[in-house]
Design a protein around this ligand. Structure first.
Ligand code: CS2
Length: 493
């Protein structure tokens, strides 16, 4: 038989090669305490690994039920293997670990009422989310619920059978309140600015549209801790699946690939208890904001800069991009410029953090595509790049580096690359950007102001004369010289 033609599952865990780490607990005794919305690769390589450690330390009532909001793909891949899957950690070598923390999975679209019911189960004490920035149905620039978002309009009219993450949370909380149950903690694990506060605002705004009392009850009783999460998790490819099958001698339909580094900083405010996260390496703090901003403005900002400008320069992955010394310098410069906008608690070594990010980006074992990170820029720009630009302008500091990154995004969302080929732009506002680009033509003086006028992304900052000037000049260089030369010129200045 071909190696890996038998499927990973409960029955063959004991037969795995000795080098493969497996759940260090009796899985049949584990019961669910967490419902997680957004069962993607990031959750499975990050939070689920931490929970796996908690379960091994004896926290048997904190297993995870995962929900995909739309696609059945993850459930279809994992259900036949008893929801076991492999995390492959890649650097010089690869380490494999089979995770058992995920006990079950559901597809919200197939039966939304059943998911609401599961979330309302008194055993569930945490509802966590990784639904990506756009999954919050909010306006990234202001942090408010987008009341005209089609999913929100739908959910207000179909309260018991929602589609959106805010819709599910509010429906389940309403159910708990009606049954006299205490609420669960809502834990947003996405890269939003002040994620806990932001999701609290979105959820209470949604609830208040339904009923004032419900909105107030949520505001008064539900905890929304903010957190900072960090682990680089590229999309799994078929060759990754083959490599994992070779290591396991069994087929895993959806393993996840990641790096050795992992970090989770959590505000310690839970309304219904939590597992002993500190024992599993989580940093519990009273205020996570400085760490969140540090990560968004150093890691994610330079990631986005590398993604847009690297993609335009023909680089497929972040590691390829980092091999070009000018781009490595660009990433360092984005971080350096952002660092002066941060106020960190005593003892934080920002220089060491920056150096470690550059090393992580350069990890050649991770095939992290620039195209993947380039996705959903409209939802990412404000917290990654624009906040730092605003702070630098306030201090009268130059913004040329960040302006080139924003111009790279503009050039990218025109949907035509430097060779005239189409770019597959994935963004909720892609059609609006393409229309603006068509109207403006490839002329920086027309395109930059047109895109800066998109309020949902730029808000009032788009009208700032110094920002307009810097971004227009950078876009002009991209059109004239191309992204590689423009980056070289910037970092050599
Ligand atoms: C990336 C992040 O896709 C992206 O936009 O910048 O997913 C990044 O890899 C993670 O935030 C790292 O923790």
């Amino acid at each position: 038989m071909r190696p890996g033609s038998i499927r990973l599952g409960r029955a063959n865990l004991d037969g795995l090669p000795p080098a493969i780490r497996r759940p260090a607990y009796e899985r049949s005794r584990i019961t669910p305490g967490i419902v997680h919305l957004g069962l993607g690769a990031f959750h499975r390589a990050h939070q689920a690994v931490v929970i796996d450690d908690c379960l091994a330390a004896g926290a048997a009532s904190w297993g995870i039920v995962g929900a995909s909001l739309r696609s059945p793909d993850t459930r279809d891949a994992l259900a036949p293997q008893d929801h076991l899957y492999t995390v492959a950690t890649r650097a010089e070598g690869t380490e494999h670990r089979v995770i058992g923390a995920l006990l079950d999975s559901v597809v919200a679209r197939e039966n939304p009422a059943a998911l609401v019911e599961r979330m309302a189960d008194p055993a569930i004490r945490i509802v966590s989310l990784t639904v990506t920035e756009k999954g919050y149905c909010h306006t990234p620039q202001t942090g408010d619920l987008d009341e005209r978002h089609p999913d929100i309009v739908h959910d207000l009219n179909n309260f018991g059978a929602p589609r959106s993450a805010p819709g599910f949370i509010v429906a389940a909380l309403a159910r708990r309140r009606a049954q006299g149950l205490s609420p669960f903690t809502v834990l947003s694990c996405d890269n939003l600015a002040a994620n806990g506060h932001t999701v609290q605002r979105i959820v209470t705004q949604f609830a208040a549209l339904r009923s004032k009392d419900l909105g107030k009850w949520i505001a008064d009783t539900v905890a929304f801790p903010s957190i900072m999460v960090d682990r680089i998790v590229p999309e799994t490819t078929d060759s990754d699946r083959d490599a994992v099958a070779n290591a396991l001698g069994l087929r895993d339909a959806w393993p996840v690939m990641t790096e050795p580094f992992t970090q989770w900083v959590v505000e310690d405010r839970f309304s219904a208890g939590r597992p002993d996260l500190a024992a599993a390496g989580v940093e519990l703090v009273s205020d996570v904001k400085p760490f969140e901003l540090m990560k968004l403005r150093l890691l994610n900002a330079s990631h986005s800069a590398l993604a847009y400008l690297g993609y335009l320069s023909g680089y497929e992955t972040i590691a390829d991009t980092m091999q070009d010394p000018h781009f490595a310098r660009l990433a360092a410069q984005v971080m350096e410029d952002a660092a002066v906008t941060l106020t960190m608690p005593d003892g934080t070594d920002l220089a060491a953090y920056r150096a470690s990010l550059l090393k992580r980006f350069a990890n050649p074992a991770l095939h992290h595509r620039t195209w993947q990170i380039a996705m959903d820029g409209s939802q990412k720009l404000p917290q990654r790049l624009l906040g730092a630009m605003q702070d630098r302008l306030r201090k009268d500091l130059p913004i040329a580096t960040h302006a080139l990154a924003v111009a790279g995004w503009m050039r990218y969302v025109t949907a035509t690359d430097e060779q005239g080929r189409a770019i597959d732009v994935r963004d909720p506002l892609a059609a609006e950007f393409a229309a603006l680009a068509r109207e403006a033509g490839p002329v920086a003086e027309r395109l930059a102001p047109a895109l800066l006028g998109v309020q949902k992304v730029f808000g009032p900052l788009g009208a700032e004369p110094r920002l307009r000037e810097a971004v227009t000049a950078a876009l002009g260089r991209l059109y004239k010289d191309g992204a590689r030369r423009a980056v070289e010129t910037l970092v050599s200045a």
